[in-house]
Design a protein around this ligand. Structure first.
Ligand code: HEC
Length: 497
């Protein structure tokens, strides 16, 4: 879809839609004459909104991109890493399904970056710059009711090793707590690469913690034991926490420990981290408890054993026994996993609901993906999970050299097959319930005035007949034609938010 920014304004952080559109409406003519493409008017809107959230001081990106000099210094490299889809990091195939916070560049944006580099990286007039978006310091969603902090800082060795450590955060709740959002607040973005949350009510995690001399305890794949919840939430850089709509939430049982598994990326310098988990309580009772359905090795068509020197695929199925509404999805495997696809099919196979496709799995960028709206899967459907594992010597991520027989397990050289699916029982109207910030902005609001009306129609018509590089292409067919006008009219009169 050409007009991503109207559909997912979350991508654009602090920039409002009008500013975004200002840059955009002038893009089409500029693309045709590369020498007119400048940093401030064309490149800054792309880089600041798709890259700078991670590429700024104190964040995980290795170099900052906050001004002309910093971006120009890496211009050719930026053109390269974006052209091959390596940056921005977004593993799901955006032509298969959409998620909150989707961060992908359009063909137009890629072309703009290339044209700018090709033209010698002209700076242009600073007055044209959209300015840096505001990046929230602390919570991205408000003031938490409770903050659970690692009780002491963890020292990363600075020996270029990947480190996986589980920290036990006692909730201290003496009665069950109803939670509408959990937010991981990394203590040190230089090394915090991703985090997975779990719950323990057995005290096992504390015992494992006591047995490990470092703060927390080491565990690569999961929590090292069968926890009450092995997937209570997750965080990767750039991701926004999931905020459940009113009436929907999760319960932290009285006295439970929240488990925080941190993946620390390699670092040459010693670093310390003290990450916190922000807890936001529900203002109203939870009527619909979020349940995590898990597709695992027991749902596979074959025993989960991966022979060496070959590529092996597995197909799992899980029957859907009641109408459900999906909130989030997270496939999980280890290092030799190479792709995932999850979908649901109707009993007669006449209907397929695409859920997620990850064509090139990267353990380091595994995410927890939230659908823009509650997504219904009817009773009688079947959930399918397909995963492929490349256990050849050609796979640079293969931890075993030469490749070995691989079995299910928690260690680095073991593999896993899990799809975590957060869901609630379906209720009428669920399809209308938005899950991400900004996802309730309606498609077709081209002028950014929060409604779809005559001004949008006029703007659309100004590009009517466009066949290449059209910026107001609403239906994603790369042209602005009668089908876009019909799409807009279908939304006409809609008030956004
Ligand atoms: C979600 C965080 C995030 C976002 C968003 C992001 N990056 Fe990165 N970027 C990283 C991290 C982490 C690394 C270093 C690790 C790696 O290479 O995977 C990196 C590395 C890079 C590198 C160096 C690659 C190398 O091999 O040394 C370049 C260049 C780069 N990013 C450009 C960009 C551009 C351009 C964008 C926006 C279009 C972008 N990044 C968006 C996190 C991010």
């Amino acid at each position: 879809m050409g007009l991503n920014l109207c559909r997912t304004p979350a991508l654009y952080f602090g920039m409002n839609v009008k500013q975004a559109l200002f840059g955009l409406s002038f893009l089409a003519p500029m693309l045709l004459t590369a020498q007119d493409v400048t940093f401030h008017s064309d490149v800054a809107p792309i880089v600041f909104n798709h890259c700078t959230s991670c590429h700024r001081p104190g964040e995980i990106g290795p170099m900052p991109f906050t001004n002309y000099e910093e971006v120009a210094a890496y211009g050719e490299f930026i053109e390269y890493v974006t052209s091959i889809g390596y940056m921005p990091p977004w593993s799901p195939d955006a032509s298969y399904s959409h998620f909150v916070g989707e961060n992908v560049l359009t063909a137009d944006q890629l072309e703009t970056l290339s044209a700018w580099v090709g033209a010698g990286k002209p700076e242009g007039d600073p007055a044209d710059s959209p300015g840096l978006p505001e990046f929230p310091d602390g919570s991205q969603i408000g003031i938490p009711d409770h903050v659970l902090v690692m009780d002491e800082p963890y020292a990363h060795e600075g020996d270029m090793s990947e480190q996986y450590q589980v920290f036990v955060l006692p909730s201290g709740f003496d009665s069950a707590a109803s939670v509408r959002a959990l937010e991981v607040q990394p203590g040190n973005h230089n090394v915090a690469h991703h985090a997975i949350l779990g719950l323990d009510i057995s005290g096992t995690a504390s015992i494992l913690d006591a047995a490990d001399p470092a703060p927390g305890y080491e565990s690569f794949g999961g929590f090292g034991f069968n926890a009450e919840s092995s997937f209570f939430g997750a965080w990767v850089p750039g991701a926004l926490p999931v905020e459940y709509p009113p009436g929907i939430g999760r319960t932290i049982p009285a006295g439970a420990d929240v488990l925080l598994q941190m993946h620390y990326g390699p670092s040459a310098a010693g670093e310390t981290d003290q990450t916190a988990v922000n807890v936001f309580l529900s203002n109203e009772p939870i009527e619909r408890e979020v349940y995590t359905a898990i597709m695992g090795p027991q749902h596979l068509d074959a025993p989960f054993v991966i022979p060496p020197n070959q590529v092996t695929s597995f197909h799992g199925t899980l029957p859907v026994t009641a109408d459900v509404s999906l909130l989030s999805i997270a496939p999980h495997c280890h290092l030799i996993g190479s792709s995932w696809k999850v979908y649901a099919t109707s009993p007669n196979n006449g209907d397929t609901i695409p859920l997620i496709s990850i064509p090139s799995w990267d353990f380091n960028w595994q995410g927890y993906f939230t659908f823009p709206h509650l997504t219904k899967v009817p009773e009688g459907y079947t959930l399918h999970g397909e995963a492929t594992y490349d256990n050849t010597a050609e796979n640079p991520f293969n931890p075993s050299d030469p490749p070995q027989w691989v079995y299910f397990g928690e260690e680095t050289q073991d593999e896993m097959f899990f799809v975590f699916i957060d869901l609630v029982g379906y209720e009428d109207g669920d399809e209308e319930i938005a899950l991400g910030p900004g996802t309730d902005v309606c498609e077709g609001d081209l002028t950014g005035d929060d409604l779809v009306g005559v001004s949008d129609a006029l703007l659309l018509l100004s590009e009517f007949g466009c066949q290449v590089g059209c910026n107001l292409d609403l239906d994603g067919d790369n042209a602005v034609t009668v089908s876009d006008v019909l799409f807009l009219l279908g939304q006409y009169g809609t008030t956004c938010n």
